[in-house]
Design a protein around this ligand. Sequence first.
Ligand code: PMP
Length: 357
Amino acid sequence: MNSTKRWAANVRKVTPYVPGEQPQEKNIIKLNTNENPYPPSPKVFEAHQKMDVGCFALYPELSAASLTAALAEYHGISDREVFVGVGSDDVLSLAFLTFFNSGKPVLFPDITYSFYPVWAEVYRIPYECPALREDFTIDPADYKEENGGVVIANPNAPTSISMAASQVEEIIQANPEVVVIIDEAYVDFGGETVLPLIQKYDNLLVVRTYSKSRSMAGMRIGYAMGNEALIQAMNDVKESINSYTMNTESIRIGAAALEDEDYFQENLKKVMATRERTKEALETMGFDVKESCTNFLFAAHESVPAKEIFEALKSQGIYVRYFNKEKIRNYLRITIGTEEQMDSFLQAVEAILHWRR
Ligand code: PMP
């Protein structure tokens, strides 16, 4: 008998999340994982250069205390209302593990960040996925029945569509017995935050990331903000798994990034301006493009299948994201790159459509 067969029955079986490709060739245009095309703030470069590599011999600060304090100050809340993790994926995963233990189904939309069902599966959390409306918006009424928790990405991904804070509040208010997680990964690009509501609702957890608006996907910094008791509960679970998740350098430069609001705002403005220009150009070429409050566009062409455009672009070294999933199979998710990258992308799309005629 094959010995691997004897333990295989006891393995936790999961279908992992599939991230966008990270091709290592040079000269590609990478518009597939919603990274920021601009570098982090000069304050980050400075802090990196001042890093004393000798300190790597020591374990990092407990609870990433200085970064937690810097984030609390930046957002005008208490240190005890902030939890920091290794990217928002780490924070979200831990929030699922911490808060969704009722045995009742957790609710999140059928079309949203595709890591949510993966965490639910790995932690054995039951879940249900109310369908988005025909126009890909979220209907708050779908999140008011009895449930084990709610997770909403706002703005949503991959649709790029934002929901009004008042509608998000309706959902939070309707669910006082469970935790409502609002994943604000893209909120800085024009969405409406519900952060002020953490003072009003003790069941609200707002999650943010440095990966998009702060150009620091490689450093893996994410955080959650919420009522002290929620944060304490997350810390207790985290401390039961791994005391030191955040590395010393991420803690230091994460704090430094917050010191440069002007650079941050400029960067956001550039991405949003490029987004609007790209949206218009795509519309002229016959694409339906959703109203985006993110650093990406969600677009379907009136006649050419998304998969064809995706593959033709890829063969030219231009990577966008295609989801082979019901309802969104005809859409491409296109990250906003630099002006030059988007010019090359638009030219390539135009040529593909022309060739197809
Ligand atoms: N939430 C959403 C909606 C996302 O699109 C992403 C990026 N894949 C994340 C969370 C996770 O980002 P990170 O772990 O880099 O903070």
